[in-house]
Design a binder for this molecule. Structure first.
Ligand code: PEP
Length: 252
């Protein structure tokens, strides 16, 4: 089996302005060739994707989106942005099913799966987010919840999908699961993918997300089955994001 190339993705959420795009060049100046061993990705707000793709030209930084429409055909959908448009603007990846979309915008796993299908049809790599709430963890339902989300959100065929395990309670806070807990859930994700896709599941990259920063990145990257990270706050500043990337053994 070919080794899975680590992916370290930054999710800028609804932060930043045009001036923030200078962080892309600054990131590349900090990580440079060392980042050759990993895929470094920044997902700015959709309105900046075209400019971000220009800013990333000549660097190894990849650009992605934070969401896309589940509708594949050009049609009358005011406010929607199709995966094909994002690809046309220079995106290579798109995050789908982030917990903020699931909880604040009522997105179901079925909708997330259709978004991932739309992404694949447009030639984008979907990063399908899954993760349990604090109440679900306390109730001992992590495997059931995360396994169910993987079953329902990852499209049939599984070609080129990335899965991000992001415990909802760890996002935007200060606590993270232990390395052992992260490894345990990553094994659940891989096992669920293997039930559906057999050996092909070995090719799927599984990221960890939730309060990753320069201080804990190396420890998290060392956890069994972790193929990289999805990073929120700490991806906004090139210095922090570079320190995270350089914390990966493949970027040495
Ligand atoms: C996220 O929003 O995907 C995330 C992981 O955020 P943070 O790194 O800020 O916890």
């Amino acid at each position: 089996m070919a080794a899975r190339k680590p992916l370290i993705a930054g999710n800028w959420k609804m932060f930043g302005r045009q001036a923030s795009l200078s962080e892309i060049k600054a990131l590349w100046e900090s990580v440079g060739r060392a980042a050759g061993g990993v895929d470094a990705l920044i997902c700015p707000p959709a309105c900046y994707i075209g400019q971000a793709a220009w800013a990333a030209k000549g660097t190894g930084v990849l650009i992605g989106a934070q969401d896309c429409s589940a509708v594949q055909d050009d049609s009358a959908r005011t406010g929607e942005i199709s995966a094909a448009m994002l690809a046309d603007a220079g995106a290579r990846y798109v995050i789908v099913g982030h917990s903020e979309r699931r909880s604040l915008h009522g997105e179901s796993s079925e909708l997330v799966r259709r978004k991932a299908e739309a992404a694949l049809a447009a030639g984008l790599t979907p990063i399908v987010c899954v993760g349990e709430t604090e109440a679900e963890r306390t109730a001992g339902r992590v495997a059931e919840v995360v396994g169910g989300q993987v079953r329902d959100s990852v499209p049939d065929g599984n070609a080129g999908v990335v899965v991000a395990y992001e415990p909802v309670w760890a996002i935007g806070g200060s606590s993270t699961p232990t390395v052992a807990e992260i490894a345990e859930v990553h094994a659940v994700v891989r096992g669920t993918l293997a039930e559906r896709f057999g050996d092909r599941a070995n090719a799927t990259r599984i990221l960890y997300g939730g309060s990753v920063g320069p201080k804990n990145a190396a420890e998290i990257f060392a956890a069994e089955g972790v193929d990289g990270a999805l990073v929120g706050r700490a991806s906004l500043k090139a210095a922090d994001f570079a320190a995270i990337i350089l914390g990966h053994p493949a970027a040495k």
